[in-house]
Design a protein around this ligand. Structure first.
Ligand code: UD1
Length: 337
């Protein structure tokens, strides 16, 4: 079965493509390579040991997107990753975020309506909950006030999909609300490579260990948490990728749209992640304690019962696995600084 994967060359998209192939699907990648490299396609092919169909196009280009569906009338589902995802950039360039993230969504929704595709999996985020009222956060937690434009685009996108599902009963939509994806493929062939200094914790740790960055700044150690640093729910990207396969396979929606938290169900502090990396790799990471980062939430982690009970999915990999795989990936980049 053919599944169209927008943003299929990106961090989560590329891992999902690999998992789709091992589950017997035929993924078709659409990516404009604005935040990924073309050579990722070759790396995916190396892992799956077969060729993959990919299109270099922007999802906002309705005509070009439609032509992919016209060329593959047997596409049965879409997983939509293609979006900008930097919180800090979204604060500086909000228009860019609203325009790209929302126009891509409406364009892909127009195509699936036109070509009769029923199954749609959307790449959402725990950021839709805003500052959590309690942890763990389950799917009944109210949608909070968006803390930045990126978060707002995820909330609006979910609302658009709820709206479409209300009026188009033929649609079957799964919203996957990711917590903190980390790690890389165990082969070290694909992983996360942000442009410039990373915003996210684990790429910053691995790049510091590799000597690309002088030091890691831990943003605050005076939070009301056991060790004073923030707590997050870190989820291995390969586990996260498998959740998409489960979402594609799941047909049995009571309504026609469901949201699921995709996390490990456990909270780990920033300090614990740094300690785990140092212990696993035996590398001392240059670091200092800095100021709190504006907008950071002290602690958030998921209740993952719904995904477990309904999608029959749960995280299997550990943070040891994640830091080891992230480091293997970083080392493969050593000469490409
Ligand atoms: C953020 C977004 C989330 C988004 C994710 C993907 C919010 C509230 N969260 O997650 O929606 O999906 O990015 O990009 O908008 N840290 C350091 N030093 C660093 C980098 C990070 O101490 O150099 C700390 C942060 O303060 C935070 C933790 O590490 O406590 C995780 O940060 P990060 O990886 O940026 O993810 P979030 O902010 O949790």
């Amino acid at each position: 079965m053919k599944i169209l994967v927008t943003g299929g060359a990106g961090f989560i998209g590329s891992h999902t493509v690999v998992e789709l192939v091992s589950a017997g699907y035929e993924p078709i990648i659409v990516d404009n390579f604005s935040n990924s490299e073309r050579k990722v396609i070759g790396k995916i092919e190396e892992i799956i040991e077969q060729k993959i169909t990919s299109y270099d196009l922007d999802c906002r280009n309705q005509k070009a997107l439609d032509s992919v569906f016209a060329e593959h009338p047997d596409i049965t589902g879409v997983i939509h990753f293609a979006a900008y995802k930097s919180v800090s950039e979204s604060v500086n360039k909000p228009e860019r975020y609203y325009e790209n993230n929302l126009a891509s969504l409406t364009s892909i929704c127009t195509s699936i309506e036109k070509y009769g595709v029923r199954k749609f999996v959307f790449s959402s985020s725990c950021t839709v909950y805003g500052i959590p009222e309690q942890v763990p956060v389950d799917e009944h937690h109210p949608i909070g006030e968006a803390t930045n434009p990126y978060a707002h685009t995820k909330q609006i996108s979910e609302q658009v999909l709820y709206g479409l599902c209300k009026y188009n009963k033929a649609l079957n939509v799964v919203l996957l609300r990711y917590f903190n994806p980390i790690g890389a493929h165990p082969s070290g062939l694909i992983g996360e490579l942000p442009e410039g200094p990373p915003d996210n914790l684990v790429p910053f740790i691995t790049q510091t260990a590799a000597g690309w960055r002088d030091k890691l700044v831990i943003f605050g150690n005076d939070y009301e948490t056991p060790d004073g640093t923030c707590i997050r729910d870190f989820i291995h990207v390969q586990d996260l990728a498998r959740a998409h396969v489960k979402a594609i396979q799941w047909e049995d929606t009571a309504g026609n749209i469901e949201a699921f938290n995709i996390g490990s169900g456990r909270g780990h502090s920033v300090k614990e992640i740094v300690d785990t990396f140092e212990k696993q790799t035996r590398i001392n990471v240059a670091k200092e304690i800095g100021q709190r980062r504006a907008g950071d939430i002290p602690a958030i982690f998921a209740s993952v019962e719904k995904a477990k009970n309904i999608l029959n999915w749960e995280a299997k990999m550990t943070i040891d696995d994640a830091v080891n795989h992230a480091w293997k990936w970083q080392q493969s980049l050593e000469n490409k600084k």
